[in-house]
Design a protein around this ligand. Structure first.
Ligand code: FAD
Length: 396
């Protein structure tokens, strides 16, 4: 007979590890499976190796989903304070970088070790690497064919993450399994990803690679305007930096983004500055923007060398209005290899927000990034992994 467990968790990433640990410590017999040779690669590489493991200001508004209310229940029951408590218990030092973003002081590896220790404390059976070849419903429960043979369990938890960074183990397994059991999928798309531009359109800015500045970025989403104040980075192929990554999650092909290149400069101050001002337009703009960017923008006006004092108020106002809402139209994203996360995923309208269980498939749960809940940049995606994992584990 195949070994029997209370729950089989597929995917030993952030969500799978925490879910297995909590369920194990609640006395459940848990099998944790992952096909990849190394455990939790995304925790390891996240936050530049220091893992931005949560955000102190986490609110439901920091997440995208076709069903925006879904994340509320799980987020309210396992909060940033709860993952902080786990780090404290394991004596992992951390600090706030900015805007509520918490990072490990030393290494993300410490967090992986802590999660593995928690799994051990819950007597979780952990097979890795071990491929999952097939899943069958047994009414009740599930039978799973793995590289080590058949196993069965009352509950199956899918924690296989999204499609980003295929070179470290991402796979569409979770979506395929959802489809097998008749659950709808919100089409997955790369998110938190740099944006590319048509080379001909981008030529005037291609030399700006490396230029960085703080901007306001705006995009339209579901009949409202979404706005972020973050750093913008020019690259050879287009735009990146936190401002673009944030906007990219909302961006739809064909859409334009509006970038306020000088959010601190008021129209009044700009127009007043012309009086008796012998600086050229490009010289004046260079007071507010990196020189290379000032030159590229002024080159587009054909009036780079005109003195400020010689402009009419109206002309100056028009220029500033343009730079306060500089329109850029990306041609695409840099795709799965550069995306930090996957937007879309298992449609939450088919899941219970308290247990993450499929409403029509008793015992089948989906947690973490495979679900159509996507966080902003800044620790929110790990917080969703923790919160959804804990909600599920309490229900197993
Ligand atoms: P994952 O952590 O991706 O785990 C999924 C697991 O499932 C993997 O171990 C994988 O091997 C396994 N798996 C996949 N397919 C199969 C299969 N067919 N069979 C068996 N196992 C399978 N978020 C933040 O909040 N803060 C950050 O600082 C941050 N930095 C990031 C940096 C980078 C470069 C990237 C790519 C992402 C970053 N993220 C960050 C996002 C964050 O890593 C993910 O949202 C989070 O890891 C999702 O957790 P998860 O457990 O759902 O999925």
């Amino acid at each position: 007979p195949s070994p029997r467990f209370d729950a089989i968790v597929i995917g030993a990433g952030a969500a799978g590890l925490l879910c297995a640990a909590i369920a194990g410590q609640r006395g459940r017999r848990v099998l944790l499976l992952d096909h990849w040779p190394k455990v939790a690669e995304k925790i390891r590489i996240s936050g530049g190796g220091r893992c931005n493991f949560t955000n102190l200001h986490t609110q439901p508004e920091n997440f995208l989903s076709d069903n925006p209310h879904f994340c509320k229940s799980a987020l309210s029951r396992f909060k940033p304070q709860d993952i902080i408590a786990l780090l404290r218990k394991h004596r992992i030092a951390f600090h706030e970088k900015h805007k509520g973003q918490l990072f490990c002081d030393d290494s993300a590896e410490q967090l992986i070790t802590a999660l593995l220790d928690e799994c051990a404390a819950g007597q979780v059976t952990h097979w890795q690497p071990c491929a999952v070849e097939a899943v069958e419903a047994t009414h009740p429960g599930f039978r799973v064919r793995t590289a080590k043979g058949w196993v069965s369990a009352q509950a199956l938890v899918v924690a296989t993450g999204g499609l980003s960074i295929p070179q470290i183990g991402a796979s569409p397994f979770g979506y395929r399994l959802a489809e097998q059991f008749g659950l709808p999928i919100v089409p997955p798309r790369p998110a938190l990803v740099p944006l590319a531009f048509d080379p001909a359109q981008w030529a005037p800015f291609a030399d700006l690679s490396g230029v960085s500045l703080e901007v306001d970025i705006e995009t339209d989403h579901a009949h409202r305007v979404v706005r972020f104040r973050e750093d913008l980075l020019f690259t050879h192929r287009g735009l990146s930096g936190p401002a673009i990554l944030q906007a990219s999650s909302y961006w739809q092909p064909g859409q334009a983004l509006r970038i306020d290149l000088m959010p601190g400069l008021s129209e009044m101050a700009w127009i007043q500055s012309k009086h008796g001002n012998r600086r050229t337009l490009v010289g004046e703009l260079g007071q507010h923007l990196p020189q290379r960017l000032a030159h590229a923008l002024c080159a587009q006006t054909g009036e780079a060398d005109r003195r400020m004092a010689d402009f009419s108020d109206k002309a100056l106002r028009a220029l500033l209005q343009h730079w306060h809402a500089w329109p850029v139209r990306p041609s695409g994203t840099l795709g799965w290899r550069k995306a930090e996360v996957t937007a879309g995923g298992v449609d939450t309208r088919a899941l219970s927000s308290t247990s993450m269980m499929a409403l029509n498939v008793p015992g089948l749960h989906f947690i973490g990034e495979v679900v159509d809940v996507t966080g902003w940049l800044g620790g929110y995606n790990f917080q969703w992994a923790w919160s959804s994992a804990a909600a599920c584990a309490q229900a197993l």
